[in-house]
Design a binder for this molecule. Structure first.
Ligand SMILES: [Zn+2]
Length: 218
């Protein structure tokens, strides 16, 4: 069962529960208006969170080739609900297969494992293509086919991954080693935001003994 179907099942269950509790509360003698208002708010919040968090961009195969940090690939696999085991090549092949099976779409539904398990075990529409088939970009470009620009880079004041203050030139964060412009562009997408917030946790764990404070001079 795919995430979309799993969400359908869960949504149906939540709507039924909301309807049943509304009816029960009203029949118990509670005022109808506050109860209906509460039900409406519950439904709106549910759909808001659903769209906001679990309807994310499909990162195309060519962009997946741009990630050279195995942690990024693992986090991305986690966001898409894929198996996060294996080495860099295996993770990349899995993500590329996912990108290909969703290549018609700009956005896809993702779901936490618990949601998918609600229906059945999540199975990837496989065809794990070895990524050697894909052309590797010669120089690390930016996601979304965007090119690097000195003016964009000059406007970035803090590392998007670790929040350390960065100088207006140089492409790599001195603190955590992240490619500053690459991750800034990535962070403009929903999936990028999620990836970076998880990467941020991992990076901070690594830098535990030397976490820079925001705006610190260096
Ligand atoms: Zn950094």
């Amino acid at each position: 069962m795919g995430p979309k179907q799993a969400w359908r099942v869960l949504t149906l269950v939540i709507m039924l529960l909301t309807a049943v509790s509304t009816v029960v509360l009203i029949s118990l003698g509670y005022d109808a208006y506050p109860v209906l208002f509460l039900a409406l708010v519950t439904v709106l919040v549910y759909f808001y969170v659903l769209y906001k968090r679990y309807h994310v961009e499909v990162v195309p195969g060519s962009d997946i080739m741009l990630f050279d940090d195995p942690d990024d690939l693992r986090i991305l696999a986690g966001i898409y609900g894929l198996d996060g085991k294996g080495d860099t090549e295996e993770l990349r092949a899995r993500l590329i297969a996912f990108a290909r099976s969703n290549k018609e779409k700009a956005f896809t539904w993702v779901a936490p494992r618990a949601v998918v398990a609600f229906g059945s075990v999540f199975e990837l529409a496989d065809g794990a293509t070895p990524c050697t088939e894909l052309q590797r970009p010669s120089a690390k470009n930016l996601v979304g086919g965007r090119t690097r620009s000195p003016s964009r880079r000059a406007n970035i004041r803090a590392c998007p991954v670790c929040d350390a203050a960065v100088e207006s030139s140089g492409s790599i964060c001195a603190e955590c080693g992240a490619d500053i412009e690459f991750y800034t562009v990535l962070s403009e997408s929903k999936v990028g935001k999620r990836l970076i917030s998880r990467k941020n946790v991992a990076v901070r764990r690594k830098l535990r003994y030397d976490v820079p404070t925001l705006g610190e001079d260096r």
